[in-house]
Structure formats: structure tokens, C-alpha cells
Design a protein around this ligand. Structure first.
Ligand code: ADP
Ligand code: ASP
Ligand code: MG
Length: 413
């Protein structure tokens, strides 16, 4: 019998009615002879509600306690779904992260999975149980509850699929696949029948929250076949493929990603000398803050300005660190701006097509959008712009790259 890992996101388990529908679906797969391990998120809105409660008490809640708090959401849905399965005479067992033993490092609120003990699960699967595992959570080696970052249930699912050598990992959500851009922002967005791991990785890391980036990383590393599907509508969804062949038929751009969750920090008047970038970014890294786009201006008068972006939730801590660095380096001042957004065009076809950057900049110029920072890789170009222009930018780029149209080489599913 083939083993499938199925993950259901927040809206898919957002009410008792939906949980019952999901239970029907899982029972159907069971009847067709599949072994199933289910991963669930918290009911939609629950994680946000819990985070807001914490913020009523502390601006920067204690990370260990934050994990104890937010991990409760997923425990609720594992129990409810297991009950709904039992009602359908499907033998099911719920598990939280520490019961499985999803071992992570100890970086609370953004922990990474180190190891998964599959013994208990394998024994239950062999006994005919459907397992319902809490997404998003794990345990460190000292027994502390950890969580994997927002959207982390995707990663739990892929990691379990890798550990159990599942035939496929299916991510069920509220859209019927991966689109050329967020279909909630652009009406003309088109579902991709397949997308390469590389493209998906870039799209996820550039802000397309349909899959958490670490889930895509895991799938690539352990070769897990991954598919995104709609929870309540039938359809082929989107297959994430390992293909890396780029030929004349490969569309230049697969999609457009955007991210509102970044903030920009600038340290002005830094003495221009060797080692300065390290002196600025070293302490930021030591505080476990991830830096994204970096720009250093040409030195003027023996000083330079240094700008970089961080996740918006890290802005307060990054500012604190940078103010300290500012006085240590005798720099002039620190400025911050959280009204920025990042827009990226992504596609493996860029490797064999020149002129993508100039087309992107022209499309933005045409609608009067100023570019504040630029960063590129082999298969993506990202720009930082003022947040208020985000929708305009995404729509203009989507149409400039002709993404609404079905590419000639792509056949129907
Ligand atoms: P879940 O709760 O099921 O994990 P998420 O809200 O995390 O669902 O992810 C699904 C959402 O991702 C969609 O509702 C859609 O708005 C958004 N999204 C962003 N970019 C894309 C994209 N390129 N394709 C599909 N959905 C996208
Ligand atoms: N419930 C968590 C979140 O909202 C994890 C997930 O849904 O994947 O981020
Ligand atoms: Mg999600």
C-alpha cells in the first residue's frame, strides 16, 4: 500500500463543518487502500489570535513561552480531526510534535527540524491507523516545545514525508495550486500545472506564502514529490518537479512573488574602511536576525551609508543592535522604514533570456514606481519599493510579462 502525507491548512480545518468534510475526504483515500499520515494546521485565525494575546502582555514576548502558547492551536485540530475520523470508523490517532519526536534545534519561534523518529509512526501505520500529526511544532533536546515559523505546518508535512519515505506529500489549501502570482491580488493569475523546485524555492523565499520555504528546501533535499491542491475541489493542482532542463520552450518567467513583511534599516555616515560590513551585520546575525537585501553606497568624504532589509517582526531588535553599532562605529545615525515591499520576478527561463531586468524596470517606470534597492540571482530579480505601490507593481509586471496567457508549450492537464 502506498503511503501519502496530506497536509490541511488553517482554512481547511477552520470550522467543525470543514473538519468533517476533510474527514470524509481522508476516509475516501483510506477506502482506496492508501496509508495516510495527516498533518494539520491550527484553525484559521487561531495562531494570530494567540499571538495577539501575547502582545497584550509584552511587546516582545518571551520566545519559549510564545512557542508553548502558539503550539496549542494545532493540538486542538489534531484531536478534533481524529474524533471526526473515528466517527467514520476510521481508526485514527492524534500526535503532537514531541510525541512523534520531531526533534528541532532550540531557536524558539523559528526552529529547524533536525531529526524525526519514525518508529512509533511506522508501528501505528502497520497497525492500520491514520495518524493525525500537529504541524508547525517540535521539541528541542531538552524537551522544550518549539515552533517552526509561520506557515511551518508545510515543513512538518514534507519532513514527515521524507522520514516515512512517502509516495507523495500533498499540501491541501484554499487555492487549487500554485499560481503565476497570488490569485487574491491579480484576477488574471494563472495556475501552473507544474513548477520547478528552484522556481518554487525562489517564489517561497520571495514571499509567496502558498508554501513555506523550508518545506520546499526539504522536498528538494530529500526528493519528496510535492503537490499543492485544493482541499474542497477536485483537480490536478500543481506538481513541484525536479526538472532543471531549460530550453527555448521554457517560459522566461514562472511567476511574480511579493513580500510586505520586510523593513529597511540604514546606518548613515559610517567610516569607510575594511571590515565595516562585518561590524554591522555580524551583531545582527548573532542576534539571530536574517538579513535579506543589502546595499552599500559609494563612499563620499570617507564615510558611507549602508542599507539592508530584515523581517518586519525583527525590526525592533535590529534597530536596538544597530543603534549600539552606530555609537561603537561613530556613525551619524540610524534610520528605519517599515513601509516598504519587495517584488520579485522568478523563472529558470531567465538563464537563457537576456533583457528581463530591463523589461522589469521599464514596466515599473511606466507606472511611475521608484526602485529603492535591487537584488538579483540567476533565476530572479527583486526590487524594494514603497509599500503603497505594491499592487500596482505586481499587476503591471504580471501583464508586462504576459503571464495571463497560456504559454504555447504548456499543454492542458
Ligand atoms: P494554508 O492555511 O492552507 O497553509 P496559506 O494562506 O498559508 O494557506 O497559503 C495559501 C494562500 O497563499 C492562498 O490563499 C493565496 O492567497 C496565497 N498565495 C500567495 N502566492 C500564491 C501563489 N503564487 N499561488 C497560489 N497562492 C498564493
Ligand atoms: N498555524 C501556523 C501559522 O498560522 C502554522 C501553519 O498554519 O502552517 O503560521
Ligand atoms: Mg500556509
Amino acid at each position: 500500500m502506498s503511503l501519502i502525507v496530506q497536509k490541511f491548512g488553517g482554512t481547511s480545518v477552520g470550522s467543525i463543518e470543514r473538519i468533517e468534510q476533510i474527514a470524509d475526504k481522508i476516509a475516501g483515500f483510506r477506502d482506496r487502500g492508501h496509508d495516510i499520515v495527516v498533518v494539520v494546521s491550527a484553525m484559521s485565525g487561531e495562531t494570530n489570535r494567540l499571538i495577539a494575546l501575547a502582545h497584550e502582555i509584552q511587546d516582545q514576548p518571551v520566545p519559549r513561552e510564545m512557542d508553548v502558547l502558539v503550539s496549542t492551536g494545532e493540538q486542538v485540530t489534531t484531536a478534533l480531526l481524529s474524533m471526526a475520523l473515528a466517527k467514520r470508523s476510521v481508526r485514527a490517532k492524534s500526535y503532537n510534535g514531541s510525541q512523534v519526536r520531531i526533534l528541532t534545534d532550540d531557536s524558539h519561534t523559528k526552529a529547524r527540524i533536525r531529526e524525526i523518529d519514525d518508529q512509533r509512526m511506522q508501528a501505528d501505520i502497520a497497525d492500520g491507523f491514520v495518524l493525525v500529526v500537529a504541524g508547525f511544532q517540535g521539541v528541542d533536546e531538552n524537551g522544550n516545545i518549539t515552533t517552526l515559523g509561520r506557515g511551518g505546518s508545510d515543513t512538518t508535512a514534507v519532513a514527515l514525508a521524507a522520514a516515512l519515505k512517502a509516495q507523495e506529500c500533498q499540501i491541501y489549501t484554499d487555492v487549487d495550486g500554485v499560481y503565476t502570482t497570488d490569485p487574491r491580488m491579480v484576477d488574471g493569475a494563472r495556475r501552473l500545472s507544474k513548477v520547478t523546485f528552484e522556481e518554487m524555492l525562489e517564489m517561497a523565499s520571495m514571499g509567496s506564502k502558498v508554501l513555506q520555504i523550508r518545506a520546499v528546501e526539504f522536498a528538494g533535499k530529500y526528493n519528496v514529490p510535492l503537490r499543492v491542491l485544493h482541499s474542497f475541489e477536485e483537480g490536478p493542482g500543481t506538481l513541484i518537479t525536479m526538472e532543471d532542463k531549460v530550453d527555448v520552450e521554457t517560459p522566461t518567467i514562472a511567476g511574480i512573488a511579493f513580500n510586505r513583511d520586510e523593513a529597511k534599516l540604514t546606518i548613515l555616515g559610517v567610516p569607510d574602511m575594511p571590515g565595516v560590513a562585518h561590524k554591522i551585520l555580524g551583531p545582527i546575525g548573532e542576534s539571530n536576525i536574517e538579513v535579506d537585501v543589502i546595499v552599500q553606497n559609494v563612499a563620499d568624504d570617507k564615510t558611507t551609508d549602508f542599507t539592508f532589509t530584515v523581517g518586519r517582526h525583527d525590526l525592533l531588535s535590529a534597530e536596538e543592535v544597530l543603534n549600539r553599532v552606530c555609537s561603537e562605529l561613530n556613525a551619524r545615525e540610524v534610520r528605519s522604514d517599515n513601509k516598504i515591499a519587495k517584488v520579485s520576478v522568478v523563472g529558470v527561463g531567465m538563464r537563457s533570456h537576456a533583457g528581463v531586468a530591463s523589461q522589469m524596470f521599464a514596466a515599473l517606470a511606466e507606472v511611475g514606481i521608484n526602485i529603492q534597492m535591487i537584488t538579483t540571482s540567476e533565476i530572479k530579480i527583486s526590487v524594494i519599493i514603497e509599500e503603497k505601490f505594491l499592487e500596482l507593481a505586481v499587476r503591471s509586471l504580471h501583464s508586462s510579462f504576459g503571464l495571463e496567457k497560456e504559454p504555447e508549450n504548456e499543454c492542458a492537464d
